[in-house]
Design a protein around this ligand. Structure first.
Ligand SMILES: NC(=O)c1ccc[n+]([C@@H]2O[C@H](COP(=O)([O-])OP(=O)(O)OC[C@H]3O[C@@H](n4cnc5c(N)ncnc54)[C@H](O)[C@@H]3O)[C@@H](O)[C@H]2O)c1
Length: 249
C-alpha cells in the first residue's frame, strides 16, 4: 500500500490532504504538535499513524522519522504543511516573533525533509512543501511569515536540484486565502473583504481545493514535474493588486 507523511495534519489543509490520500488508498502518517486535536482527527480515520511531533524540534523530528520508517518501510510522499501565521507591522516584529515563525515554517520543512529523505522511496518519492502567496508577493504585516514562505519556495528548488538523480521530486504549493483556523486568526473582516476584491475568482479557497493540488503533485501524473511552485489562489498571483474600480460586476 502506498503511503504518505503529512505534517500539520490535525486540521485545515493538512487534514483535507490526509483524507484525500486515504481515499486514494494511501496509508498516512499524521504529524502534529497539538496532541488533543490530532487524537480527535485521527480517531475518526482508518489507515493512519498519528504521531505527536513539533516539526521545529530536531529530536522529536528524528524520533518521528524513525517511527514512520519502522512502520512504513520506505516513505513514498512527504507533505510539509505545518505552519504558523503572525500578522503584525515590521516595527512590532521582534526577534522572538521572527524566530517562532521561522522555527515552524522554515526550520520545520528543512528538518523534516532532512530526516525523512533517507527513508524515501528511490525512483518515485515526492516532497510537497506548502508555502503561500505571501511567499510569492510581498505585502504588509507579514515580514516574518512572507519571508519564511519565500524561503520555502527556494528550499523546494534546492531539494529538486539535489534529489532529482535519486528520482525524488520536490514541488511547492502556494495557497491563497483559505478559511482555516490559521486564516481566521489573522484575517480581520477588513482583510477578508479586501482579499475578495483582489481575487479574480472572488472568493476564498476551500481546503479540499488545495489538497487536490498537493495530492496531484505527489502522484505519478506529475512524474515529470519537479522544482515548481503552483499557486492555488483563485488567480491572485497572476493578476497582482486588484483594482475593484475596474471590475464589471
Ligand atoms: N489558510 C490559509 O489562508 C493559508 C494560506 C496560505 C498558506 N497557508 C499554509 O497552509 C499550511 C496549513 O495551514 P492551515 O490554514 O491549514 O492552518 P491550521 O492552523 O488550520 O493548521 C495547521 C496545523 O499545523 C499544526 N502545527 C503548527 N505548528 C506546528 C509544529 N511546529 N509542529 C507540528 N505541527 C504544527 C497545527 O497544530 C495545526 O494542526 C500552513 O503552512 C500555512 O502557512 C494557509
Amino acid at each position: 500500500m502506498p503511503n504518505a507523511i503529512v505534517t500539520g495534519a490535525a486540521r485545515g489543509i493538512g487534514l483535507a490532504t490526509t483524507k484525500l490520500f486515504l481515499a486514494e488508498g494511501r496509508r498516512v502518517a499524521m504529524i502534529d504538535s497539538d496532541a488533543d486535536e490530532l487524537a480527535r482527527a485521527a480517531g475518526a480515520l482508518e489507515n493512519v499513524l498519528p504521531i505527536v511531533c513539533d516539526v521545529s524540534d530536531e529530536a522529536q523530528v528524528a524520533a518521528m522519522a524513525g517511527q514512520v520508517a519502522k512502520d512504513f518501510g520506505s516513505v513514498d510522499a512527504l507533505v510539509n504543511n505545518a505552519g504558523v501565521a503572525d500578522f503584525r507591522p515590521m516595527d512590532q516584529t521582534d526577534l522572538q516573533v521572527w524566530r517562532r515563525v521561522m522555527a515552524t515554517n522554515l526550520d520545520g520543512v528543512f528538518l523534516t525533509s532532512q530526516m525523512v529523505i533517507p527513508h524515501m522511496t528511490a525512483g518515485r518519492g515526492a516532497i510537497v512543501n506548502i508555502a503561500s502567496i505571501s511567499g510569492l508577493r510581498a505585502s504588509t504585516l507579514r515580514v516574518a511569515y512572507g519571508t519564511s514562505k519565500a524561503a520555502v519556495i527556494h528550499l523546494t528548488r534546492q531539494q529538486a536540484a539535489e534529489l532529482g538523480e535519486r528520482g525524488i521530486r520536490a514541488n511547492c504549493v502556494a495557497p491563497g486565502p483559505v478559511d482555516t483556523k490559521l486564516a481566521l486568526a489573522v484575517h480581520s473582516p477588513e482583510i477578508r473583504a479586501a482579499y475578495h476584491d483582489a481575487i479574480p475568482l472572488n472568493r476564498y479557497g476551500k481546503e479540499d481545493e488545495i489538497a487536490q493540488v498537493i495530492v496531484f503533485l505527489c502522484s505519478e501524473k506529475a512524474g515529470y514535474v519537479t522544482g515548481q511552485t503552483i499557486a492555488a489562489d483563485g488567480g491572485f498571483d497572476a493578476t497582482g493588486v486588484g483594482l475593484p474600480a475596474l471590475r464589471q460586476t
